[in-house]
Write a protein that binds this ligand. Structure first.
Ligand code: SAM
Length: 285
Protein backbone atom coordinates (compact mmCIF):
# COMPACT_ATOMS: atom_id res chain seq x y z
CA UNK A 1 0.00 0.00 0.00
CA UNK A 2 0.98 3.64 -0.14
CA UNK A 3 3.47 4.54 2.54
CA UNK A 4 1.25 6.58 4.87
CA UNK A 5 2.37 8.11 8.14
CA UNK A 6 0.92 8.04 11.62
CA UNK A 7 -0.14 11.69 11.11
CA UNK A 8 -2.47 10.66 8.29
CA UNK A 9 -4.13 8.16 10.64
CA UNK A 10 -4.21 10.85 13.37
CA UNK A 11 -6.28 13.02 11.03
CA UNK A 12 -8.66 10.12 10.32
CA UNK A 13 -9.06 8.99 13.95
CA UNK A 14 -12.24 10.90 14.79
CA UNK A 15 -14.08 9.83 11.59
CA UNK A 16 -12.81 6.26 12.03
CA UNK A 17 -14.17 6.14 15.59
CA UNK A 18 -17.60 7.26 14.31
CA UNK A 19 -17.90 5.32 11.06
CA UNK A 20 -15.28 2.57 10.83
CA UNK A 21 -14.80 1.30 14.37
CA UNK A 22 -18.42 0.30 15.08
CA UNK A 23 -18.16 -1.99 12.05
CA UNK A 24 -14.59 -3.29 12.24
CA UNK A 25 -14.92 -3.29 16.04
CA UNK A 26 -17.61 -5.93 15.84
CA UNK A 27 -15.34 -8.02 13.61
CA UNK A 28 -12.34 -7.42 15.91
CA UNK A 29 -14.37 -8.61 18.90
CA UNK A 30 -15.41 -11.73 16.95
CA UNK A 31 -11.73 -12.32 16.13
CA UNK A 32 -10.96 -12.20 19.84
CA UNK A 33 -13.75 -14.69 20.62
CA UNK A 34 -12.25 -17.03 18.01
CA UNK A 35 -9.14 -17.45 20.17
CA UNK A 36 -10.52 -16.73 23.67
CA UNK A 37 -11.08 -20.40 24.48
CA UNK A 38 -7.44 -21.24 23.66
CA UNK A 39 -5.85 -18.62 25.93
CA UNK A 40 -3.94 -19.72 29.03
CA UNK A 41 -5.10 -18.50 32.48
CA UNK A 42 -4.01 -14.91 33.25
CA UNK A 43 -3.04 -14.25 29.63
CA UNK A 44 -0.67 -11.48 28.55
CA UNK A 45 -2.31 -10.09 25.40
CA UNK A 46 -0.99 -7.57 22.86
CA UNK A 47 -3.18 -5.83 20.28
CA UNK A 48 -1.25 -4.36 17.33
CA UNK A 49 -2.77 -1.43 15.36
CA UNK A 50 -5.69 -1.20 17.80
CA UNK A 51 -7.47 1.82 16.28
CA UNK A 52 -10.38 2.50 18.62
CA UNK A 53 -9.43 -0.48 20.82
CA UNK A 54 -12.49 -2.68 20.29
CA UNK A 55 -10.50 -5.92 20.30
CA UNK A 56 -8.65 -4.84 23.45
CA UNK A 57 -12.05 -4.19 25.03
CA UNK A 58 -13.13 -7.78 24.42
CA UNK A 59 -9.75 -8.98 25.73
CA UNK A 60 -10.02 -6.87 28.89
CA UNK A 61 -13.56 -8.15 29.54
CA UNK A 62 -12.21 -11.69 29.17
CA UNK A 63 -9.54 -11.02 31.82
CA UNK A 64 -12.06 -9.35 34.15
CA UNK A 65 -14.46 -12.27 33.76
CA UNK A 66 -11.66 -14.58 34.84
CA UNK A 67 -10.92 -12.46 37.90
CA UNK A 68 -13.12 -9.38 38.61
CA UNK A 69 -10.46 -8.05 41.03
CA UNK A 70 -8.25 -7.33 37.98
CA UNK A 71 -5.35 -9.48 39.16
CA UNK A 72 -5.68 -11.89 36.24
CA UNK A 73 -4.31 -11.14 32.78
CA UNK A 74 -2.97 -8.00 31.14
CA UNK A 75 -3.87 -6.37 27.82
CA UNK A 76 -1.68 -3.85 25.97
CA UNK A 77 -3.41 -1.99 23.10
CA UNK A 78 -0.96 -0.35 20.69
CA UNK A 79 -1.12 1.79 17.56
CA UNK A 80 1.40 4.09 15.86
CA UNK A 81 -1.15 6.94 15.72
CA UNK A 82 -1.27 8.96 18.95
CA UNK A 83 -4.83 10.07 18.12
CA UNK A 84 -5.99 6.48 17.64
CA UNK A 85 -4.39 5.59 20.98
CA UNK A 86 -6.21 8.53 22.62
CA UNK A 87 -9.53 7.24 21.22
CA UNK A 88 -8.73 3.70 22.40
CA UNK A 89 -7.85 4.99 25.86
CA UNK A 90 -11.18 6.86 26.13
CA UNK A 91 -13.08 3.87 24.74
CA UNK A 92 -11.46 1.47 27.21
CA UNK A 93 -11.79 3.83 30.19
CA UNK A 94 -15.55 3.14 30.32
CA UNK A 95 -14.76 -0.43 31.40
CA UNK A 96 -13.11 0.76 34.61
CA UNK A 97 -10.63 -2.06 34.02
CA UNK A 98 -7.77 -0.33 35.89
CA UNK A 99 -4.44 -2.09 35.47
CA UNK A 100 -5.88 -4.85 33.29
CA UNK A 101 -5.49 -2.77 30.13
CA UNK A 102 -3.11 -0.04 29.01
CA UNK A 103 -2.69 1.80 25.71
CA UNK A 104 0.64 2.74 24.12
CA UNK A 105 1.92 4.40 20.96
CA UNK A 106 3.99 1.72 19.21
CA UNK A 107 5.00 1.12 15.60
CA UNK A 108 3.93 -2.46 14.87
CA UNK A 109 6.89 -2.82 12.48
CA UNK A 110 9.37 -2.23 15.33
CA UNK A 111 7.80 -3.01 18.70
CA UNK A 112 9.71 -2.00 21.83
CA UNK A 113 8.78 -5.16 23.80
CA UNK A 114 11.27 -7.87 24.74
CA UNK A 115 11.22 -11.19 22.88
CA UNK A 116 8.63 -13.71 24.19
CA UNK A 117 6.64 -11.17 26.25
CA UNK A 118 3.07 -12.18 25.30
CA UNK A 119 0.81 -15.25 25.25
CA UNK A 120 -1.28 -13.81 22.42
CA UNK A 121 -0.74 -11.14 19.75
CA UNK A 122 -3.83 -10.01 17.85
CA UNK A 123 -4.35 -7.54 15.02
CA UNK A 124 -7.59 -6.80 13.16
CA UNK A 125 -7.09 -5.06 9.82
CA UNK A 126 -3.79 -3.67 11.05
CA UNK A 127 -0.61 -5.49 10.04
CA UNK A 128 -1.94 -6.33 6.58
CA UNK A 129 -1.71 -2.70 5.51
CA UNK A 130 1.64 -1.78 7.06
CA UNK A 131 4.14 -0.41 4.53
CA UNK A 132 6.49 -3.22 5.67
CA UNK A 133 3.89 -5.89 6.38
CA UNK A 134 6.38 -8.72 6.75
CA UNK A 135 8.19 -6.79 9.48
CA UNK A 136 4.83 -6.50 11.27
CA UNK A 137 4.27 -10.28 11.18
CA UNK A 138 7.88 -10.96 12.22
CA UNK A 139 7.59 -8.58 15.16
CA UNK A 140 4.35 -10.26 16.27
CA UNK A 141 6.16 -13.62 16.23
CA UNK A 142 9.21 -12.20 18.05
CA UNK A 143 7.25 -10.84 21.03
CA UNK A 144 5.17 -14.03 21.38
CA UNK A 145 6.16 -16.84 23.71
CA UNK A 146 6.89 -20.05 21.77
CA UNK A 147 3.54 -21.72 21.12
CA UNK A 148 1.78 -18.38 21.77
CA UNK A 149 -1.37 -17.51 19.84
CA UNK A 150 -1.47 -15.15 16.88
CA UNK A 151 -4.69 -14.05 15.18
CA UNK A 152 -5.33 -11.50 12.49
CA UNK A 153 -8.18 -10.29 10.27
CA UNK A 154 -7.42 -9.45 6.62
CA UNK A 155 -9.89 -8.28 3.96
CA UNK A 156 -10.56 -10.58 1.05
CA UNK A 157 -10.00 -9.15 -2.44
CA UNK A 158 -12.62 -7.43 -4.63
CA UNK A 159 -13.76 -10.69 -6.29
CA UNK A 160 -14.88 -12.10 -2.92
CA UNK A 161 -15.63 -8.93 -1.00
CA UNK A 162 -18.33 -6.50 -2.16
CA UNK A 163 -17.09 -3.78 0.21
CA UNK A 164 -13.72 -3.64 -1.57
CA UNK A 165 -15.29 -4.04 -5.00
CA UNK A 166 -17.98 -1.39 -4.54
CA UNK A 167 -15.51 1.16 -3.19
CA UNK A 168 -12.85 0.53 -5.83
CA UNK A 169 -15.00 0.17 -8.97
CA UNK A 170 -16.54 3.68 -9.16
CA UNK A 171 -13.18 5.24 -8.31
CA UNK A 172 -11.33 3.28 -10.99
CA UNK A 173 -14.07 4.00 -13.54
CA UNK A 174 -13.68 7.76 -13.12
CA UNK A 175 -9.94 8.11 -12.44
CA UNK A 176 -8.05 9.69 -15.33
CA UNK A 177 -5.92 7.22 -17.28
CA UNK A 178 -2.64 8.96 -16.28
CA UNK A 179 -3.37 8.19 -12.59
CA UNK A 180 -4.90 4.74 -13.12
CA UNK A 181 -1.94 3.54 -15.19
CA UNK A 182 0.57 4.69 -12.54
CA UNK A 183 -1.19 3.04 -9.57
CA UNK A 184 0.72 0.13 -8.10
CA UNK A 185 -1.30 -3.01 -7.35
CA UNK A 186 -2.19 -2.72 -3.63
CA UNK A 187 0.33 -4.97 -1.88
CA UNK A 188 -2.24 -6.36 0.61
CA UNK A 189 -3.87 -8.20 -2.32
CA UNK A 190 -0.91 -10.63 -2.04
CA UNK A 191 -2.47 -11.91 1.21
CA UNK A 192 -6.14 -11.41 0.32
CA UNK A 193 -6.34 -15.08 -0.67
CA UNK A 194 -6.33 -17.94 1.83
CA UNK A 195 -3.20 -19.44 0.23
CA UNK A 196 -1.29 -16.14 0.15
CA UNK A 197 -2.10 -15.37 3.78
CA UNK A 198 -1.18 -18.83 5.01
CA UNK A 199 2.13 -18.85 3.11
CA UNK A 200 3.14 -15.47 4.48
CA UNK A 201 2.28 -16.37 8.08
CA UNK A 202 4.19 -19.63 7.86
CA UNK A 203 7.23 -17.83 6.44
CA UNK A 204 6.97 -15.23 9.25
CA UNK A 205 7.39 -17.82 12.03
CA UNK A 206 3.89 -19.21 12.65
CA UNK A 207 2.69 -22.78 12.54
CA UNK A 208 -0.68 -24.61 12.70
CA UNK A 209 -2.25 -21.77 10.71
CA UNK A 210 -6.05 -22.03 10.31
CA UNK A 211 -7.94 -19.67 8.03
CA UNK A 212 -11.71 -19.09 8.06
CA UNK A 213 -14.02 -16.72 6.22
CA UNK A 214 -15.91 -14.13 8.29
CA UNK A 215 -18.71 -12.09 6.68
CA UNK A 216 -20.20 -8.86 7.98
CA UNK A 217 -22.20 -5.84 6.82
CA UNK A 218 -20.99 -2.24 6.95
CA UNK A 219 -23.79 0.30 7.13
CA UNK A 220 -22.89 3.91 6.34
CA UNK A 221 -25.52 6.52 7.26
CA UNK A 222 -25.55 7.99 3.72
CA UNK A 223 -23.51 7.87 0.47
CA UNK A 224 -21.79 11.19 1.21
CA UNK A 225 -20.63 10.08 4.67
CA UNK A 226 -18.94 7.06 3.07
CA UNK A 227 -17.35 9.20 0.34
CA UNK A 228 -16.01 11.69 2.90
CA UNK A 229 -14.53 8.85 4.89
CA UNK A 230 -12.85 7.47 1.73
CA UNK A 231 -11.38 10.94 1.05
CA UNK A 232 -9.94 11.16 4.55
CA UNK A 233 -8.86 7.51 4.90
CA UNK A 234 -5.06 7.44 4.49
CA UNK A 235 -5.15 4.52 2.01
CA UNK A 236 -7.92 5.57 -0.41
CA UNK A 237 -7.17 9.26 0.29
CA UNK A 238 -3.59 8.84 -0.99
CA UNK A 239 -4.97 7.73 -4.37
CA UNK A 240 -7.60 10.49 -4.51
CA UNK A 241 -5.00 13.11 -3.57
CA UNK A 242 -3.37 12.58 -6.99
CA UNK A 243 -6.43 14.11 -8.72
CA UNK A 244 -6.87 17.73 -9.73
CA UNK A 245 -10.02 19.49 -8.46
CA UNK A 246 -11.89 18.75 -11.68
CA UNK A 247 -10.77 15.10 -11.73
CA UNK A 248 -11.76 14.67 -8.09
CA UNK A 249 -15.23 16.09 -8.81
CA UNK A 250 -15.68 13.42 -11.51
CA UNK A 251 -14.62 10.64 -9.12
CA UNK A 252 -16.92 12.01 -6.44
CA UNK A 253 -19.88 12.02 -8.85
CA UNK A 254 -19.12 8.44 -9.88
CA UNK A 255 -18.83 7.20 -6.28
CA UNK A 256 -21.92 9.05 -5.04
CA UNK A 257 -24.02 7.79 -7.96
CA UNK A 258 -22.96 4.18 -7.30
CA UNK A 259 -23.60 4.42 -3.57
CA UNK A 260 -26.94 6.25 -4.03
CA UNK A 261 -28.11 3.57 -6.41
CA UNK A 262 -27.15 0.92 -3.87
CA UNK A 263 -28.90 2.80 -1.08
CA UNK A 264 -32.01 3.68 -3.08
CA UNK A 265 -31.43 7.41 -2.59
CA UNK A 266 -28.81 10.02 -1.70
CA UNK A 267 -30.08 10.36 1.86
CA UNK A 268 -30.53 6.65 2.60
CA UNK A 269 -28.17 4.38 4.53
CA UNK A 270 -25.85 2.28 2.34
CA UNK A 271 -25.16 -1.35 3.21
CA UNK A 272 -21.97 -3.02 2.02
CA UNK A 273 -21.51 -6.76 2.32
CA UNK A 274 -17.96 -7.38 3.49
CA UNK A 275 -15.85 -10.50 3.75
CA UNK A 276 -12.53 -11.12 5.45
CA UNK A 277 -10.30 -13.96 6.57
CA UNK A 278 -9.58 -14.76 10.18
CA UNK A 279 -6.14 -16.37 10.44
CA UNK A 280 -5.12 -18.07 13.67
CA UNK A 281 -1.74 -19.66 14.27
CA UNK A 282 0.87 -20.37 16.90
CA UNK A 283 4.40 -19.08 17.17
CA UNK A 284 6.78 -21.80 16.05
CA UNK A 285 8.71 -23.12 19.08
C1 SAM B 1 -8.04 0.02 9.39
S1 SAM B 1 -7.49 0.58 10.94
C2 SAM B 1 -7.88 -0.83 11.99
C3 SAM B 1 -8.05 -0.43 13.42
C4 SAM B 1 -8.63 -1.51 14.35
N1 SAM B 1 -7.73 -2.62 14.51
C5 SAM B 1 -9.97 -1.98 13.87
O1 SAM B 1 -10.12 -3.16 13.55
O2 SAM B 1 -10.90 -1.16 13.84
C6 SAM B 1 -5.74 0.44 10.76
C7 SAM B 1 -4.97 0.89 11.99
O3 SAM B 1 -3.59 0.56 11.78
C8 SAM B 1 -2.80 1.56 12.37
N2 SAM B 1 -1.46 1.46 11.80
C9 SAM B 1 -1.09 1.63 10.51
N3 SAM B 1 0.23 1.44 10.37
C10 SAM B 1 0.71 1.13 11.61
C11 SAM B 1 2.00 0.79 12.11
N4 SAM B 1 3.09 0.76 11.33
N5 SAM B 1 2.09 0.48 13.43
C12 SAM B 1 1.01 0.49 14.25
N6 SAM B 1 -0.23 0.84 13.84
C13 SAM B 1 -0.38 1.13 12.53
C14 SAM B 1 -3.57 2.85 12.05
O4 SAM B 1 -3.20 3.93 12.84
C15 SAM B 1 -5.01 2.39 12.26
O5 SAM B 1 -5.42 2.61 13.60
Amino acid sequence: MTDVTSRAWDRHARTYARLGAPFTGYIAQALFQTVAGRLPPSPRILEVACGNGELAKAAALHCLAEDPSGRSGRVVATDFSAEMVAHARANLAVLGAGDVVRCEVQDGQALSFEDRTFDAVLSAFGIFLFPDRRAGFREAARVLAPGGLFATAVWRGPDDNALARLQMAPVMAALPERIRAALPRPSWLEIASREGLEAELVSSGFTDVEIDVFDAVLTAPAPRAMWESMLENPVSGAVLARCSEVELAAVEASVLATFASLAGGADRAVRFDASCHFAVGRRRP
